[in-house]
Structure formats: C-alpha cells, structure tokens
Write a protein that binds this ligand. Structure first.
Ligand SMILES: Cc1ncc(C[n+]2csc(CCOP(=O)(O)OP(=O)(O)O)c2C)c(N)n1
Ligand SMILES: [Mg+2]
Length: 414
C-alpha cells in the first residue's frame, strides 16, 4: 500500500506525466486537442470550426491586436521597473500571456462583464481601464483603483478563484434580468450580455471553481470560464494540480471544454468569440483552457530560478506570442518597418505616462476608508473615526503627511 506521490511539490514530474497518461488510458480519453491557427513559424493554419471566426479579423484588427500586445508588454516592463525603484509595493508580471489576454479581451463586447484575477493587465487594456489607475492598488494607495461600472471590468481579486463564483452569480443575474424584461415587455439593454471569469491553473484546484461550474451548468448561465494555464502556480507545476488536461474537466460538468494555444492571439480571439456567442445564445457555459506560459516571475517577490529550469523558459520563449504575429504581418505584406516603429514609440509614450502618473499618485486621507465602509453613517464607524481623530491629533506639529494618514508608508505582500 502507499500512495506514490512526489516527495516534494518540485519532484517527480516524470511520475506525474506517467500518472496523467495512465489516467487517460484508463478513461479512454484522447489527449486534449489544441486549437492553433497561427503557429510559432508565423504560418496560418485551418480549423473547421474556428477559421470562419478568424477570418472576421481584418488586417487592421490584427495590427491592432499586435499593437495591444506590444503596449501591454511595454507596460509590464515599466511597472516592473517602478516596483524595483520602490514606487510600487509589488508587481505581477504578465509577459508571455499577452495573446491569451488581448485575444480574449478583444473578443468581448462592451455589454459583457469581466471578472479578472490579479494578472489580467492585458484584458484591462482591452476594456479601456486607465493603466495608471490600475497601478493604484500595487502602490498601496487604493483597495481597487478604478470604477468597474465604467468598463464592466471588475476589480482585481487576490483571493484565488473567488471571482469565479461572483461571475456565475452575475451571469445568473443577467438571466433573471432578461426574464423580467421579457415578462414586462420593456427592452433590456444588457440582453445579450455574457460574462468571462478568468482564473489560473493553480486556482482550478479551489473548491470555488468546482462550485461555480456546477451552478453555471445547472442554470445554463451565460459565462465563459477562461483558465490561463501558464504552467505554474507560484512554484507548483500544473501537473500537480491535475491528472488530465484542464479543458477535459468541463465534460464532468456537462459543457464544452476547449484547449487553445494561448500564445496564438488569432486562435484565442476566435475561440473566445465562439464561446461568448454560445453563452449569449442561451446554450450555457464554456471552459477555455489557454495553454500558455508565465515567462517571468510569479511576482516581483518571487525567484523562479529556485524551482524551474531555464531550458523550459527558453522553449516557451521560442513560442512568443508577438513574434509570430510580426512574422505573419510582414510575410503577408500587412505591416512594414514604419508600423513596428510606431508601435514601439506608442509603447514608450504609454510607459512615460504611467511613470509620470504613478509618481503623482498621492497617499489618500485614511478618513476616506471610514467614509466608504458603509453606504450610510454607522455608529461604530463614527466611534472608530473619533478614536482615530484623537490619535492623529497626537501627531500635531509633525510632518503633515504623517498626521493626515496616522500611519507609516504602506507595505504590501502577496
Ligand atoms: C485562496 C488563496 N490561497 C492562496 C493564495 C496565495 N497565492 C497567490 S497566487 C497563488 C498561485 C496561483 O496560481 P494560478 O492560479 O496558476 O495563477 P497564476 O498566478 O499562475 O496566474 C497562490 C497560491 C491566495 N491568493 N488565495
Ligand atoms: Mg498559473
């Protein structure tokens, strides 16, 4: 007797591969097919279901997808530098995942509602979130940073997978609004809205994901579960999270699961558009597993050299999501040097804007926390504010900043 589990979370990857193969053989499951249209060689392939969706992307839109990916990569470099210079408490890099995020975000419609994790900066860009606002939380000057009602892009959720439940609840709300609108005969402006719930390979092990998929399936909720399998949950590799391809899990809940090349922006866009359409038409949820890779560290507080090989990183760099679009655009004569130079200049301008704005972000008056605790005045909050005012008065005569905040400069960890 005795379970043959890896001795540590880093050990026994080969054992895990074998277990996955055994599990698939026992269940008669073929390995998940991966939808790929634009390969690392920059050549466009065909897919019976998704090519018609890819064909809807005009040359101009494809240049736009490239420009978005380049902009968010440049932003990522700038935010990492700002953290290293002490201007941000923490940064969560997205490099490597640009296609998964830009492709899916650009496939969404303005009326859709997006629930991100904490790494979806690329999706934020597609939803017109001001990227300087996005840094507020990472500077420790806000618990959120932007108003989700303006963009239908929810605040970042750091509690793994919690947002998948919120997303399904929201999707079920859309259904009920539609029903009410139908009964009263009033047009419902959000009628064809759908929801996307982002989560990671590690988060897929959380009970919240299971619960949200059961509810979504039972109620046929208009939600797309978008799992970015970036192969790592901090130091834990995906094959410890699951013995089968993550996309196969959808079968157990009774809805479609699709594995897509997460480094192929065309395929991601096509698959997400298909899935959102499916959800909008009342056909229920879809799980998309975007097969991608976190090229950088988990956060600026992490050192991946402690738990993974550089050869693995190099192999994934060769599948870079931007390089293949550049190859395609150039070989098809759809973009020239002037286009790529403009993209670079725009990226530098964005970086300069973000840097300037971050330096200008002021530490908020802590009294705003009391004001925003409840919608209406509350005696306990008033009592605590009075205590704080007395405490802050003890700093009278000191630096105004210290007196106003009554606390040392914020530090954050993750
Ligand atoms: C409920 C919960 N447990 C643990 C953590 C600590 N934690 C933060 S990120 C992370 C790994 C998440 O990995 P994954 O879901 O694959 O997303 P990725 O960071 O790779 O994008 C962990 C364990 C947390 N934030 N929330
Ligand atoms: Mg991960």
């Amino acid at each position: 007797m005795g379970a043959h589990l890896p001795a540590t979370e880093f050990d026994g990857t080969a054992v895990d591969d074998q277990r996955e193969a055994d599990a698939e053989a026992v269940m008669g499951e073929p390995p998940a097919q991966m939808v790929q249209l634009l390969g690392p060689d920059g050549k466009l392939g065909l897919d019976p279901v998704f090519t018609p969706y890819a064909e809807k992307i005009s040359p101009e839109a494809l240049r736009g997808l490239y420009a978005d990916m380049a902009a968010i990569r440049r932003f990522d470099v700038e935010a990492t530098a700002l953290q290293r210079q002490g201007q941000l408490a923490l940064w969560v890099p997205l490099t490597g995942q640009e296609a998964a995020q830009i492709g899916s975000g650009r496939a969404s419609q303005p009326q859709d509602y997006i629930f991100p994790t904490y790494r979806e900066h690329g999706v934020a860009l597609t939803r017109n979130v001001d990227l300087a606002e996005l840094l507020r939380q990472f500077r420790g000057v806000s618990n959120g940073g932007w108003n989700p009602k303006d963009t239908n892009f929810h605040l970042y959720t750091l509690v793994l997978a919690a947002q998948t439940l919120h997303a399904v609840g929201y999707a079920m709300g859309i259904q009920r609004d539609q029903k009410l609108a139908g009964a009263s005969g009033t047009p419902d402006t959000g009628q064809d809205a759908a929801v996307i719930a982002y989560f990671g390979d590690g988060a897929s092990s959380e009970g919240d994901v299971h619960e949200s998929m059961v509810f979504a399936s039972s109620y046929n909720a208009p939600v797309v579960f978008f799992c970015q399998n970036n192969h790592w949950a901090i130091s834990v590799p995906t094959n410890v999270q699951t013995r089968v391809p993550l996309s196969n899990r959808a079968k157990g809940y009774g809805f479609p699961g699709i594995r897509v090349d997460g480094n192929d922006v065309i395929a991601v866009h096509a698959v997400t558009e298909w899935a959102l359409e499916h959800a909008r038409q009342g056909k229920g949820p879809v799980l998309i597993e975007a097969f991608t890779y976190r090229v950088g560290a988990h956060t600026t507080a992490d050192d991946p050299t402690k738990y993974r090989q550089s050869a693995e990183e190099d192999a994934w760099r060769a599948k870079d999501p931007l390089a293949r679009v550049e190859k395609y655009l150039r070989s098809e004569g759809l973009a020239d040097d002037g286009f790529f130079a403009k993209v670079k200049a725009d990226g530098d301008e964005l970086a300069a804007y973000v840097r300037r704005t971050t330096h200008d972000l002021e530490t908020p008056d802590i009294r705003s926390a009391f004001a925003n605790t409840y919608a209406e005045a509350h005696p306990l909050v008033a009592e605590e504010l009075a205590w704080f005012e007395e405490y802050a008065a003890g700093f009278a005569g000191e630096e105004p900043a210290a007196a106003a905040s009554g606390q040392p400069a914020a530090k954050a960890g993750h």
